[in-house]
Design a protein around this ligand. Structure first.
Ligand code: GDP
Length: 214
């Protein structure tokens, strides 16, 4: 067996597929919930919290992670969580700072059964230029999206409300421009001391969106 075949077998047994290019994506046989956001925004942490498997999603330290799309099996046999490469990584080349990686582009353009993209934004930073580019991109391709504000444990209740209000203004602007449904942002703390209620709320929202799309 070749090394590549061995790697693939190992990944399968651990419940995921890592793809560096479109040819390595699995067949589009399951529905997909994708996760997008800046590097370090808390994507892996949230995927682990939602899938209730502490180490399913790799940590950001894994070499090459920023160039791969991960398809994670979930509790639902008809659903993948898809972890897209984090963007805005400080060490990326100048080109990559202004656009998304090739494999991200391939993912969105390949007509896959994407039910929703969770766009993760660090609640303390709000939307940056690349996040707004991602919103434009998703709207342009008519892909439904839900904003998730991460690391809410870093702010007071009052500051969370303010951040949510500001995020909603951006969400309404983009959704309005492209005639899409504007979902309220959901603030989560999935990190060291998870606030489960918010993660559960997000879980319910994902189910609503998925079932509504059926
Ligand atoms: P990724 O690069 O987007 O996959 O980000 P990670 O999930 O690897 O998280 C990046 C860093 O942020 C790690 O040190 C996490 O422990 C931390 N982190 C992630 N989510 C939270 C959160 O909700 N609260 C706090 N305080 N830290 C978090």
């Amino acid at each position: 067996m070749t090394q590549r075949a061995k790697d693939k077998k190992k990944q399968r047994s651990q419940g995921y597929i890592a793809a560096a290019r479109a040819q390595q994506f699995p067949p589009p046989s399951r529905r997909e919930v994708a996760f997008a956001g800046r590097s370090n925004v808390g994507k892996s942490t949230l995927i682990n919290a939602l899938s209730k498997r502490r180490n399913l999603a790799r940590t950001s330290k894994t070499p090459g992670k920023t160039r791969l799309v991960f398809f994670y099996e979930t509790e639902r046999s008809d659903l993948y969580f898809v972890d897209l490469p984090g963007y805005g990584y400080a060490k990326a080349s100048r080109d990559e700072l202004t656009s998304f990686s090739r494999v991200t582009d391939d993912y969105f353009k390949s007509g896959r059964p994407i039910d929703v993209v969770l766009l993760l934004i660090d609640i303390r930073r709000g939307f940056g230029d690349l996040d707004l580019q991602m919103l434009d991109y998703l709207c342009h391709y008519h892909i439904p999206w839900q904003v998730v504000l991460t690391k809410a444990d870093k702010l007071s209740r009052q500051a969370i409300v303010k951040a949510e209000r500001e995020a909603m203004a951006t969400i309404e602007k983009y959704a309005g421009e492209y005639d899409q449904k504007a979902y309220m942002p959901i603030s989560v703390a999935a990190g060291p001391s998870p606030r489960d209620a918010a993660v559960q709320l997000l879980e319910r929202r994902i189910c609503e969106i998925i079932d509504g799309a059926q």
